[in-house]
Design a binder for this molecule. Structure first.
Ligand SMILES: [Zn+2]
Length: 518
């Protein structure tokens, strides 16, 4: 009667998931899901096979046992007999299959795991296999790379229909070792936890080696065109980039906050600079997302600002105005055109409505050639998520370009995921926003008793904090406390002497004001 497989199966699954999530080129933030099946004893003392699958909205890198949900597999499997099932029916049905009552709603992709006959299954959105999944010649090249081990499934939005299609395809090909979902991701499996993990890593490594070899050949000019090798714009020196970013950040923050206040994040990593400054960027940035689950954090396209450094700071401000205006118009058109006609292929009734607050039409990713990338979010953490996902997109575009050219979801397909209620549900799991959410509060004398109390209180109520003090170490200590308690990026420390005007006006801002007044 006593059976100890639960802790073992589940704790192994947690460990495997965290290992996969630790490498963002394997599992992007919040993306991918894992499962294991084990034999348990149910609440009435009967043996039962349980499907343990990740809950909706958690991130593999930080999952715990509480992030997973157990479902009675014998209740899940009969669904394979059905030909169609709406999202609502699927969610309602799965709610009746819980092995233990107090668990999160299981992943959107639960049936993908449940229908496959393997004990351990990983579903990831790995960069390397998405080189194929998001490329014009992807299927052909993936077959060349993986041979008969591969099952290729054309794009279909996640849900019942996709899970059933994958299950039937794998059933027909019992020797297959992996499934690539076009424009989406990878499924791998194993009889044991170790075998599953090994198969996932080996599959990704094989795809990476194959595509990197093509990229290397293309770079040496033998076979293919170069990938991001050709710069359209010269990259500025690091200090100039930061100065320009500081100059335009307040303008940009105002522009993207027209409907809802946003927090901005800036970076100028090498891959971002190479991409934003490349000849390929104007074409590639119009194509679409590199993975469906980037959409709610990046939207289908970034804003690539039409500007070159030689034009100077004032021209950049004008280009940002024009770029954001054009982006908003384009995004509104995308909403209108797709809201009317988008029917869920698996649903009984159309369920998409882009009418809630999520439909803010402003860009989440803003690329400035030669300078870097701004991302936006309701807080620093979410602005960082958008940035991390865009790094993945750049990597996927680079690989896909070497495989016949990057392709993405159609507008209708993007919309169907971006405004899919099950995708929006993940966003709604976040706690309600507090009074000072989306605000940045600057506190002087932040290292002192009153100042630090104000910082802690404002941070507790949702604010981001600029902690300034003549005592730099004290301000840094306070900022570290706020970041540790309320999330990374919530506070920065700045040394400032309020009795000295030159110290109060940061140099970049001062430069900007003098440039604007001449
Ligand atoms: Zn997926």
């Amino acid at each position: 009667m006593t059976h100890i497989s639960t802790p073992t199966t589940l704790s192994q699954l947690v460990a495997r998931s965290r290992k996969l999530g630790a490498d963002r080129s394997v599992c992007n933030w919040g993306g991918g899901n894992t499962s294991a099946k084990s034999d348990e004893i149910d609440f009435r003392g009967r043996p039962a096979r349980i499907l343990w699958v990740k809950g909706s909205g958690s991130d593999l890198a930080t999952v715990t046992e509480a992030s997973f949900t157990g479902l009675f597999l014998e209740d899940v499997l009969p669904l394979l007999e059905r030909e169609r099932m709406s999202d609502t029916e699927m969610v309602d049905y799965l709610a009746h299959c819980f092995y233990e009552p107090v668990r999160p709603r299981p992943s959107i992709e639960t049936l993908l795991h449940g229908f496959l006959p393997f004990m351990h299954v990983d579903h990831t959105h790995a960069d390397a296999t998405n080189y194929f999944a998001c490329a014009a010649a992807g299927e052909e090249l993936a077959r060349d790379c993986f041979g008969d081990d591969l099952v290729w499934i054309p794009y279909r939005r996640p849900g019942f229909g996709l899970a059933r299609e994958v299950a039937l395809a794998v059933r027909a090909r019992p020797d297959a070792k992996l499934v690539i979902l076009a424009k989406h991701g990878l499924i791998t499996w194993g009889d044991t936890d170790d075998a599953c993990y090994a198969s996932t890593l080996a599959t990704i490594a094989k795809a990476r080696d194959y595509v990197e070899a093509r990229i290397a050949r293309s770079s040496s000019g033998e076979h293919l065109q170069g990938v991001f090798s050709s710069a359209r714009v010269n990259t500025l020196a690091a200090e100039e980039r930061r100065t320009i970013a500081a100059q335009v950040a307040p303008v940009l923050r105002g522009l993207v906050s027209a409907e809802q206040r946003q927090v901005l994040r800036f970076e100028d990593d090498e891959d971002v600079l190479a991409f934003a400054s490349s000849r390929d960027a104007p074409r590639l940035t119009k194509i679409g997302a590199a993975c469906p689950d980037h959409l709610v954090h990046t939207k289908p396209w970034p804003l690539l600002v039409e500007w070159i450094p030689a034009q100077g700071g004032e021209a950049l401000v004008a280009s940002l105005h024009a770029g954001v205006t054009a982006y908003v118009a384009q995004y509104r058109r995308y909403l209108e055109e797709n809201e009317q006609q988008n029917l869920d292929p698996d649903a009984v009734a159309p369920v998409y409505h882009a009418t809630d607050a999520a439909a803010d039409p402003h860009p989440r990713v803003i690329l400035i050639p030669g300078v870097g990338m701004f991302t936006t979010g309701k807080d620093a953490v979410m602005a960082d998520v958008s940035a991390q996902l865009y790094h993945r997109a750049i990597a996927v575009m680079r690989g896909a370009e070497a495989c016949g050219g990057f392709i993405s979801l159609s507008d209708a397909e993007s919309y169907a995921v971006e405004y899919w209620p099950l995708e929006q549900y993940k966003l709604k799991l976040a706690p309600p926003e507090r009074e000072f959410a989306r605000q940045v509060v600057l506190v002087t004398g932040a290292a002192g008793g009153i100042g630090s109390a104000i910082c802690r209180r404002a941070a507790r109520d949702g604010a981001h904090i600029v902690a300034t003090d003549i005592d730099r170490a004290g301000a840094e200590q306070l900022a570290a406390y706020v970041n540790q308690k309320f999330g990374s990026g919530r506070a920065v420390a700045v040394k400032m002497d309020v009795t000295d005007e030159a110290s109060v006006l940061p140099s970049s801002r001062r430069l900007w004001l003098s440039a604007a007044s001449t």
